[in-house]
Design a binder for this molecule. Structure first.
Ligand code: PCA
Length: 327
């Protein structure tokens, strides 16, 4: 922050409990993995501005978009070790660390955003506990739009996925690929366009938003609205960094986080509608799955869900029970 801005900020910080702290400016790095145009990124940007305004510039958070500071799989650990004070990461990618991270990646468990939000409420206590163990505090969690299949060739059944170079982003998507006989390849979102351009992958399951952000219609022609699951990002803060903040700043951070969560879920729905239009305009054939494809995916979904339940133990069972009760 420039000296001049600092004086102006300090002068503004009156009466709200920030006057005394206006001298002590905290600067945090916020590692994220998605492009600046993505709706999660825009939401994070607004969050950062809200925090700056609410703390009169005492807490300055610098977002780093597009995996420019850490790659997505490294972000959780970076927050844990304090190499970045804040981070955003894709929960289902971390399922091997704690099964409950992967519950929102289970096929056909939720049918829409309302159920996805209920699943989040059931998951939240376990999520907070698992993150606490990993030295971080959950600030907010926002859903991606529903996950749909993109492919270079028509897919009318599970058998049509056989041999397809299949981009995966989680243990469950890898297992699905294996079960249908595809060739699973782990690729991060930041590397999607390149992987498609070089033929490393020929199909994937992701949201309309990620398809539009990365202009997937330039490489892939077929889009099947299977709406298989509605996974989430989590935004977390290093526990020690959070604990070191004055109480007023902690409260400001929490309030801005609550607003970001609400705004994020709303924009996820809007972005879904808008992105599907973008895909169509780009020349993609957007269609519902055939009955055969749907049936085959449901079957595969049952296998991966059963395997998840076995691994997730008592916590997993309690989580699913809580969700089913809330439905
Ligand atoms: N986009 C991200 C995560 C889920 C989504 O819709 C991705 O494909 O990596």
């Amino acid at each position: 922050m420039k000296r001049r801005d600092f004086c102006a900020t300090a002068a503004l910080a009156t009466g709200l409990g920030f006057a005394a702290q206006a001298q002590a400016e905290t600067k945090w790095d916020f590692a994220t993995a998605y492009p600046a145009i993505n709706f999660h990124s825009r939401n994070n940007e607004q969050f950062v501005q809200d925090v700056a305004a609410a703390t009169h510039g005492a807490l300055k958070i610098q977002p780093h978009f597009g995996a420019s500071l850490f790659k997505m799989p490294e972000i959780k650990r970076a927050v844990q070790t304090g190499n970045a004070q804040m981070g955003e990461f894709f929960l289902v990618s971390f399922q091997n660390e704690a099964q409950i991270f992967g519950v929102d990646g289970l096929p056909f468990l939720v049918k829409d955003y309302d159920e996805a939000f209920k699943l989040y409420q059931a998951q939240k206590p376990y999520l907070e506990a698992a993150l606490d163990k990993a030295g971080q505090v959950l600030l907010y969690s926002v859903a991606w739009p529903p996950q749909n299949i993109y492919s270079s060739r028509p897919i009318n059944s599970g058998a049509d996925l056989k041999g397809l170079k299949w981009r995966v982003y989680s243990p469950t998507t890898a297992r699905i690929g294996e079960l249908v006989g595809a060739q699973p390849v782990t690729i991060q979102e930041a590397e999607l366009s390149q992987a498609l351009a070089t033929g490393v992958i020929e199909g994937l399951i992701t949201s309309s938003a990620t398809g539009a952000d990365n202009k997937l219609y330039e490489h892939l022609k077929y889009f099947y609205e299977v709406q298989a699951w509605i996974p989430k990002n989590a935004v977390t803060v290093n526990k020690k960094a959070f604990g070191a903040l004055p109480k007023a700043e902690q409260d400001a951070l929490r309030a801005a986080a609550a607003a970001a969560e609400k705004r994020g879920w709303e924009s996820s729905r809007e972005v879904n509608t808008r992105s599907i239009e973008t895909l169509k305009k780009g020349g993609m054939q957007v269609q519902p799955p055939s009955a055969q494809l749907k049936a085959d995916l449901v079957k595969v979904g049952e296998v991966v869900t059963r395997e998840w339940v076995e691994k997730a133990g008592a916590d997993g069972k309690a989580l699913l029970d809580a969700f089913n009760k809330s439905k």
